[in-house]
Design a protein around this ligand. Structure first.
Ligand SMILES: Nc1ncnc2c1ncn2[C@@H]1O[C@H](COP(=O)(O)OS(=O)(=O)O)[C@@H](OP(=O)(O)O)[C@H]1O
Length: 406
């Protein structure tokens, strides 16, 4: 029996035949469209099309923003794409991922944008790599694509603590040829016994031409770090973000104070004896700022030309300028420019302009750019006098006057 027609319509004897033709036509149309889509993909143009989501949240709607649908084909289909197309796709996804803010940590702080040493400033302990590396989630995209391989870092931001290392790494991650571990691995200071294979496994996957990076600011003041990094590769490029040692010390203290409000005042910790005015150089907040001394250890293992010194102050006043130097040093095309930054008046710092994944601007978390406590002016002056000779030596060694001494 012929199926009933639409309400009010009179069925005719020719209807089953026309339906069958119509179905065949639909089938052919679908096949044609599928074939066109495959050709379209092969011609590297399907990144503008949407497709099924493959387990990634977010994704932007702007032109050039890779949406989750980019991964529609999955690893098998990608395997038949030309290598250049795969690379391009991965790069776009990486860009999209690197601009997304990390998932908030359970304690309310941002994971990949913030990790600091708990306890008194510079004290050992706290989060090591094994549990805390927040490449969030580690190498997901490359794993999904089954592409690339994990490499030991070719460049490391080795310091200094509170210098602006997080800002530098997050800005650098905008570059499509930079892939970095989100959190601090602390391999060369705390986890060296775990071995290089363990360290490499923390790294995100990279493709040819991409640089693997990490940042652990405590390396700069770790005696064993220079020899250990040199043993990994004597070609490793080293980046040090330095900041006026007095402000750095106060910043370090401010961080500790935020976690342990009951600690003694900055002024009392600064001196062994306030009356005699002898500075307590065993206090890590003070010790870290004697840059010339720490640098001597590094220069026994690395030529100065393999180290880049970034001004923490200029990273705030002219982020694009400092990023230009860093990109040159790393042999990268200057992709990160003025266009990527804007100054956020509320935050008081430069931030990244809209992220592709969210079309919202990105500033560093609330634990970067804390308000420092007011420190006794006389103490500040004494500290300035203390650091001056070390600073001058540092300027000499690096061939760069950072302007901390008037
Ligand atoms: N763009 C931008 N946004 C926010 N903060 C910025 C930025 N650039 C540099 N800084 C300065 O970075 C200081 C923190 O340095 P680090 O990231 O090296 O700290 S840490 O060692 O990883 O804890 C942090 O120090 P405090 O101001 O004392 O909090 C900032 O002054």
């Amino acid at each position: 029996m012929a199926p009933p027609g639409p309400a009010g319509a009179h069925p005719t004897s020719t209807e089953p035949l026309s339906r069958s033709i119509f179905r065949k036509f639909l089938l052919m149309l679908c096949s044609l469209l599928t074939s066109l889509y495959v050709f379209y993909c092969l011609a590297e143009r399907c990144q503008t099309l949407s497709g099924p989501v493959v387990g990634l949240s977010g994704g932007g709607e702007e032109a050039g923003t890779p949406s989750p649908g980019v991964l529609a084909g999955g690893p098998r289909e990608l395997a038949v794409w030309p290598a250049a197309a795969q690379r391009k796709r991965l790069l776009q996804l990486q860009q999209w991922r690197s601009r997304r803010p990390p998932a908030p940590r359970s304690d309310g702080e941002e994971a990949a944008w913030e990790e600091e040493t708990p306890g008194l400033a510079g004290a050992p302990g706290g989060s090591g790599a094994g549990s805390s590396v927040a490449e969030a989630p580690p190498g997901t995209l490359a794993l999904l694509l089954d592409e690339g391989s994990k490499q030991l870092p070719q460049a490391i931001i080795i310091g200094v603590k509170k210098g602006g290392t997080r800002a530098l790494l997050e800005f650098l991650r905008v570059h499509p040829d930079v892939r970095a571990v989100g959190a601090e691995p602390h391999f060369f200071d705390r986890s060296y016994d775990k071995g290089l294979a363990w360290y490499r496994d923390l790294m995100p996957r990279t493709l040819d031409g991409q640089i693997t990076m990490e940042k652990t600011p405590s390396y700069f003041v770790t005696r064993e770090a220079p020899a250990r990094i040199s043993a990994m590769s004597k070609d490793t490029k080293l980046i040090v973000v330095v900041r006026d040692p007095v402000t750095r010390a106060i910043s370090d203290y401010t961080q500790t104070l935020s976690k342990r409000p009951d600690i003694p005042t900055f002024e009392s910790l600064t001196f062994k004896n306030r009356t005699t005015g002898v500075i307590d150089t065993s206090w890590s907040a003070i010790q870290i700022g004697i840059y010339a001394k720490h640098l001597e250890h590094w220069l026994r293992h690395f030529p100065i030309g393999q180290m880049l010194f970034v001004s923490g102050e200029r990273l705030i006043s002219d982020p694009a300028g400092e990023l230009g130097r860093v990109q040159d040093f790393l042999g990268l095309k200057r992709i990160i420019t003025d266009k990527h930054f804007y100054f956020n008046k509320t935050k008081g710092f430069p931030c990244l302009k809209k992220a592709e994944g969210s079309s919202k601007p990105h500033c560093l978390g609330k634990t970067k750019g804390r308000t420092h406590p007011e420190i006794d002016r006389e103490v500040v002056q004494r500290l300035r006098a203390f650091y001056r000779p070390f600073n001058l030596k540092f300027y000499q060694m690096t061939g760069h006057d950072f302007g901390w001494d008037g």
